[in-house]
Design a protein around this ligand. Structure first.
Ligand code: NAP
Length: 395
């Protein structure tokens, strides 16, 4: 049974409306936000989803009960000019590729994908480079086993394998047309799909707007129906380095790092995306796990896991201390940090979807449960502005 509800960004105002479905809502920043919220009631369940204040201790308990009772909601937002209604929580599929993340089990990864689809998630972000196609193959397998429409976004790696894109390197070195086409064909093979919904460049430099023949390749692939839309994944911590591209109208989506620590996308990029109707896919909302509240100075990552480098030296302690300050400031437990971090991102209207990296059913259930269209109360969002933190752990 599928019931539809009107969701708003205001924590106090969730209303369920079984007849109307769509509603135009006006969040705290005054920008109308048209959302569609599906409350999935499991067979035999008579109750409907009960609105509770976001982030109270009672709320945490209610989230657990909601998961245990298999009652779920998922809110959908427009992905910019693609016109797609994507689930506000999407699936980050880097970790399941097993390339730089150690510990995923394929069985569990596929189950996690299926559980996410059960819970209304309809957007998955993968890449040709994630485990050399392994992530794409798992995603394709799971998607093909479903009758629902699931939108898959993948990425073309730069031919010169330079992450991030370096200044002064011409577009021809990173994304020559024949490379873009060959990689797209390879991704289609891995996915086993006829078309890629969002094909993205895995790095970007705004110097490339007028360079090279990458645009010819994108237009050809679109014309042939092999890709439906085009986006770029913006270099780590360089949100301004795609604004020129956004302004050209050539791009349908951008993917960017945005989280409680990394707030600069709010300064200019999001405004440009809103103005030019470009979809925003948020990555690393949990700071590679730092904002999950689970990383302590004693945390050990498996050998070969890239987080040994990301959290090297004193970084785990630095993150842990900052996360504790956030929890103290909001008077929440560390076990509410992942929810807070994801809701923070979803509180911004420019954001179309957030794609937490997920490898387990547990994380899928927790994360999908908060794609309920409510974000955080405005007061909490304001409090979190003070926790902005400029640094680059990828270096
Ligand atoms: N350049 C690029 O284009 C680029 C770069 C990075 C990422 N991405 C994309 O963005 C996605 C997200 O980034 P990410 O995976 O690197 O980082 P992330 O989403 O910030 O963090 C992933 C980590 O958060 C943990 N986690 C997820 N949900 C949780 C929950 N409810 N409670 C506690 N911990 C939770 C995961 O746990 P487990 O360890 O248990 O799985 C994993 O360790 C990627 O999967 C990928 O699709 C793109």
């Amino acid at each position: 049974m599928r019931a539809e509800c009107a969701g708003t960004m205001d924590a106090t105002a969730l209303q369920i409306n079984f007849s109307s479905g769509l509603s135009s809502t006006r969040p705290s920043n005054g920008i109308p936000n048209r959302t569609l919220c599906h409350a999935l009631l499991m067979p035999g369940m008579g109750e409907r989803y009960a609105a509770v204040p976001v982030l109270s201790r009672d709320h945490a308990k209610s989230q657990e009960e909601k998961t245990a009772n298999r009652i779920h909601t998922m809110n959908y937002r427009k992905l910019g000019k693609t016109g797609l209604d994507v689930s506000e929580v999407g699936f980050g599929a880097w970790g399941i590729g097993k390339g730089m993340w150690v510990g995923a089990e394929d069985d569990e990864s596929v189950k996690a994908l299926h559980r996410a689809f059960d819970l209304g998630l309809n957007f998955v972000d993968t890449a040709l480079r994630y485990g050399d196609g392994h992530s794409e193959r798992l995603v394709g397998k799971a998607v093909k086993e479903r009758s629902e429409t699931i939108y898959v976004a993948t990425k073309v790696p730069p031919k010169n394998l330079q992450w991030p894109a370096q200044p002064g390197v011409p577009a021809e070195k990173a994304f020559p047309a024949e490379h873009v086409i060959a990689c797209t064909e390879e991704s289609l093979q891995n996915l086993g799909l006829d078309a890629i919904q969002v094909q993205q460049f895995h790095v970007w430099s705004d110097d490339w707007v007028d360079q090279g023949d990458w645009l010819d390749a994108i237009q050809k692939l679109k014309k042939e129906g092999k890709i439906r839309s085009f986006g770029v994944s913006i270099n780590d911590y360089q949100p301004e380095n795609a604004i020129k591209l956004v302004q050209t109208g050539l791009v349908d989506t951008v993917q960017v790092i945005y989280n409680i620590f990394e707030q600069p996308p709010e300064d200019q990029l999001f405004l440009a995306c809103q103005k030019h109707n470009v979809g925003v896919i948020v990555r690393v909302a949990l700071d590679e796990g730092g904002l999950s509240g689970k990383i302590t100075p004693e945390t050990k990552f498996e050998e070969g896991d890239f987080r040994n480098r990301y959290f090297r030296g004193n970084r785990k302690r630095e993150v842990y201390e900052r996360v504790q300050k956030i929890a103290a400031d909001l008077d929440i437990g560390l076990d509410q940090m992942a929810e807070t971090a994801l809701r923070y991102v979803l509180s911004h209207n420019a954001v179309s979807t957030v794609i937490p990296g997920m490898r387990s059913i547990r994380n899928v259930e927790q994360n999908c449960a908060l794609g309920d269209g409510r974000g955080l109360p405005e007061k909490v969002v304001k409090q979190l502005k003070a926790h902005r933190w400029a640094r680059n752990f990828y270096q």
